[in-house]
Design a protein around this ligand. Structure first.
Ligand SMILES: [Zn+2]
Ligand SMILES: [Zn+2]
Length: 223
């Protein structure tokens, strides 16, 4: 095959174990689209320095002599690769492979994607911390103990029992939010089920805390 750029004879060479037809004069190379994809993925790992911008050129396919179709690699890279759709091959000019590799590594779109992913992960971690507190058994139990002590000190045994009875529901919500959320069809003795849909565990836990802290709020209101 002759070089579509300068007309010299192409030489079959091995590149990363792939067969490529290379021109010794202008350093262009011809390879299949599949091999091209393979080379790009490898080049990502050891990208070289950026070469001067390459422009679209009009050349013919070295195999079938049809005009090659230039396309802007990745649409915004500024690297124009000449492709033959008949032979499913690409003609790379000198330095184009390296340019594509550096574009892929330093692409603003890729960097934005990486940033967005990083922020999402950080937000997820923050939420995980909040959930830990939300479902904290130690924290809710401490509040419960304060209630029970206050009750027994101010109202004796009967107040203690009332307080304990009150604490059952909010503590159940905070300690077992997922199990409580799956309770469907609770009727509270009203005949018709009050809870008809599954509730996400986090909502159940929030509800438990509101219930647990409500006496404090009421107390603070009247004091
Ligand atoms: Zn050449
Ligand atoms: Zn062709």
């Amino acid at each position: 095959m002759e070089c579509p750029s300068c007309g010299k004879q192409l030489k079959l060479e091995s590149m990363d174990g792939l067969a490529v037809e290379r021109c010794e004069t202008c350093a262009g190379m011809w390879l299949s689209v599949a091999d091209f994809g393979h080379l790009i993925r490898k080049a990502d790992l050891n990208s070289g320095s950026a070469k001067p911008l390459s422009h679209a050129i009009q050349v013919n396919c070295p195999k079938c002599q049809r005009p090659l179709v230039p396309f802007n690699y990745a649409y915004d890279s500024g690297v124009f690769i000449n492709r033959c759709h008949e032979c499913d091959g690409v003609w790379l000019l000198a330095g184009q492979l390296e340019r594509i590799a550096s574009h892929r590594v330093g692409s603003p779109a890729a960097q934005r994607l990486g940033q967005a992913l990083g922020e999402e992960i950080r937000a997820e971690n923050r939420w995980r911390g909040a959930r830990m507190w939300l479902r904290s058994r130690v924290l809710s139990a401490s509040v419960a103990v304060v209630y029970l002590l206050t009750a027994v000190l101010t109202g004796g045994l009967q107040s203690l029992l009332q307080a304990a009875l009150f604490l059952v529901w909010p503590l159940a919500c905070i300690w077992f939010p997922d199990g409580m959320g799956n309770l469907v069809g609770v009727s509270f003795g009203y005949g018709r089920p009050v809870v008809t849909q599954q509730t996400p565990g986090d909502f159940v836990a929030v509800g438990g805390w509101i219930l647990l802290l409500s006496p404090m709020v009421v107390l603070a209101f009247f004091l």
